[in-house]
Write a protein that binds this ligand. Structure first.
Ligand code: AMP
Ligand code: ZN
Length: 655
């Protein structure tokens, strides 16, 4: 072996492992590239390439076809359950037979299953599942995946089973770079890349392999439980999904499934359920398999979060800022337990980028947001037509203005829909919370009573309203009373209600907490505002501009003279700062708090919560059985406290 080659390969692989598996880079990109170039030169000069050389990952020439591969141990599908009751019955049945059995809970990764044969510490073959007995040899493709170790510590013969996935962020990046031919869905993109005869295509997709299974082929490794397997996989450099729990409590098992379902939309990769396995391998051996499934594991399937349906029409909705937002009208379809007939399309450039056409079949995905989004086109038809953005505002007929991404009504000050949307925002639950002022009602107020600004609302009498068609006495009285009641408002809610660009609920709260009154806020300059934790320069400018605009000031003064009274935030200025400016992650089980309550407490005490550990996290609260998030926090050197310390921080801060 040429001098220095082994060291060079080891160094590069170590850095790649830190970067792709641990998500904690140990070297600058430029340094890595320099070492890599050095290795390429050395390999070229000597003609020697080690079996775990990172240069093998670029993908050589195109293959003629896939060879068949006979799996050394058969791959099975998983039996499914759809309700918690079924899952509980599965666990109870096992328990009746094996009272001491423990269960593990993992994500059910939604990608392409892959079987990796290692021998003598090197990856020999990677194969798709196929029919479970025979799959396709995709070694050249899989080798390009950077998070997969080509070399492992363990020397025995074994098969490692895992899932090839494409991260949502990788798909987004890919689509930004390939706007003409975007990928639609992470699972299809991963499967398509692995089954592409040109390994360079696989390499360009930035896939990952997450491992979850291990089959001993020569009895070398003494693993007794799934927990051992997961430990083994980590020790040998494999990427393992973030979630892993082990429990002998069936009730807790069901809670884990709920927890996974809650985390689902926030993950950077697709999962379609949870996999529950018996931890002890000895019990697994006794239970064995049916024709298709293992008897010792089951998949709890979540409802689909992505379906396809036909896009019937695109409507352009005028927002309170004058932006025209495309809204997709869909052939109604079931998605995650609700019927969906509307979806967002973001903006004009997104529509172009995704080549979305009316009458095409499109992918619809629901994330945590209330309104689903269209992620791409599944199929075009003969009658598919391009979406053409309007040239005039659908509300007022004024010509539209366009920037690179959005289109706007050029008549913002006088456009009916802009005015009504602003009022609607003012009255909304999170703002002034005036019941009864729906979009429809506000349209009538505008059309019939000339209500344009919030001041006009407060000048309305119950009499004005009863004169309107469809407003019976009671309804008119209720609305009039609700409007009047809103004159007593929280400062934060009012700031939010003003609809200042870029100022959401949280920013409004921060502004109220810092300035504690309208006068101080009006007098603040950009640097005062951008000094607040989360405020960027742009938001600070929006706030200052808003309070410099005479029209806005006139409305505010008008409201004050109509009797608006603003309550200052409760407590001392900046009080309850136990977690002020901190981003906190909760992991493991807390005995004394419900998860939601713990989150609330952090927020009430000035902090923010996040679902996953990253460099921007300041504090991790680790309950019992904390897993990968805790490991990651340790690696990143983030402060970690236990439940008792968490409780004490809150008590101290709140006397
Ligand atoms: P299905 O293909 O729907 O029958 O589900 C079985 C498949 O789930 C397996 O072949 C694996 O590819 C996949 N899978 C995803 N995550 C896991 C996991 N944590 N453990 C076992 N199988 C998993
Ligand atoms: Zn308009």
């Amino acid at each position: 072996m040429p001098d220095g080659m082994r060291e060079l390969v080891d160094t590069l692989n170590k850095h790649a492992y830190s970067y792709y598996v641990l998500d904690a880079p140990t070297v600058a990109d430029g340094e890595y590239d320099a070492l890599y170039d050095e290795l390429v030169a050395l390999e070229r000069r000597t003609g020697v390439v080690l079996p775990d050389s990172p240069t093998l990952r670029v993908g050589g020439g195109t293959l003629k076809g896939f060879k068949k591969y006979v799996h050394k141990s058969r791959l099975y599908s998983l039996d499914k359950c759809k309700t918690k009751g079924e899952l509980a019955r599965f666990a109870e049945k096992i328990r009746a037979q094996y009272p001491e059995a423990a269960f593990t809970v993992e994500y059910k990764l939604d990608g392409l299953s892959i079987n990796l044969f290692y021998e003598g510490g090197t990856l020999k073959t990677a194969a798709t599942r196929g029919n479970g007995i025979i799959g396709e040899d995709v070694t050249a493709q899989i080798r390009t995946i950077k998070s997969l170790p080509l070399k492992i510590n363990y020397n025995g013969a074994c098969e490692i089973v895992g899932e090839v996935i494409m991260r949502k962020s990788a798909l987004r990046d890919y689509n930004l770079k390939n706007p003409l031919d975007p990928l639609k869905n992470e699972r299809n993109a991963a499967a398509g890349a692995v089954r592409n005869l040109d390994p360079r295509v696989t390499a360009s997709r930035r896939l990952d392999v997450m491992a979850y299974g291990f089959e001993n082929l020569d009895g070398g490794a003494e693993l007794k439980t799934q927990e051992d397997i997961v430990g083994f996989l980590k020790n040998n450099g494999f990427l393992v999904a973030e979630y892993y729990k082990k429990t002998d409590n069936i009730e807790y098992l069901l809670e884990c499934v709920d927890e996974i379902e809650r985390e689902r939309a926030d993950l950077d990769y697709l999962i379609d359920g949870a996999v529950i396995k018996i931890d002890e391998l000895a019990i697994r051996d006794e239970l064995g398999y049916t024709e298709k499934f293992p008897r010792f594991a089951v998949a709890y399937k979540f409802e689909a979060l992505e379906v396809t349906t036909v896009l019937k029409e695109v409507k352009w909705q005028v927002s309170r800022t004058g932006k025209l937002n495309p809204l997709a009208v869909l052939e109604p379809v079931e998605l995650g337990g609700v019927t969906v007939s509307r979806a967002t399309l973001s903006n004009v450039s997104e529509i172009k980028r995704k080549a979305i056409k009316i009458n095409s079949r499109v992918f619809v995905r629901r994330s945590n947001d209330v309104i689903p989004e269209i992620t791409g086109v599944a199929e075009d038809f003969a009658d598919s037509v391009e979406v053409t953005p309007p040239l005039v505002c659908p509300s007022c007929g004024a010509p539209v203005e366009a920037d690179a991404v959005f289109i706007y009504c050029s008549n913002r000050e006088n456009c009916r829909d802009v005015i009504v949307s602003r009022l609607r925002h003012y009255a909304s639950r999170d703002a002034m919370n005036i019941e009864g002022l729906s979009q429809k009602t506000l349209e009538i107020f505008y059309d019939k009573l000339g209500v344009v600004t919030p001041c006009d609302l407060y000048k309305l009498t119950a009499r004005d309203l009863t004169d309107l068609e469809g407003f019976r006495d009671k309804k008119a009285e209720n609305i009039a009373a609700a409007i009047k009641a809103s004159l007593d408002a929280d400062l934060a809610d009012f700031i939010y209600a003003l609809g200042i660009e870029n100022v959401g609920k949280k920013a409004a709260k921060d502004l109220a907490a810092r300035f504690r009154g309208l006068d101080a806020l009006k007098a603040a300059d950009e640097s005062d505002i951008s000094a607040l934790g989360d405020f960027g320069g742009v938001t600070a400018r929006c706030v200052c501009d808003f309070f410099k605009d005479g029209k806005n000031l006139k409305i505010i003064d008008g409201l004050l003279s109509l009797g608006l009274k603003l309550r200052e935030p409760k407590g001392e200025a900046q009080r309850g700062g136990a977690f002020l400016g901190k981003t906190v992650v909760l992991t493991g089980t807390l005995d004394g708090f419900k998860r939601v309550r713990a989150k609330e407490l952090i927020e009430e005490n000035g902090g923010e919560t996040a679902d996953s550990v990253s460099a921007r996290v300041n504090l991790v609260v680790a309950g019992g059985d904390a897993g990968s998030k805790l490991d990651k926090a340790k690696k990143l050197g983030i402060e970690i406290i236990d439940e008792a310390a968490f409780k004490k921080m809150i008590e101290d801060a709140n006397g």
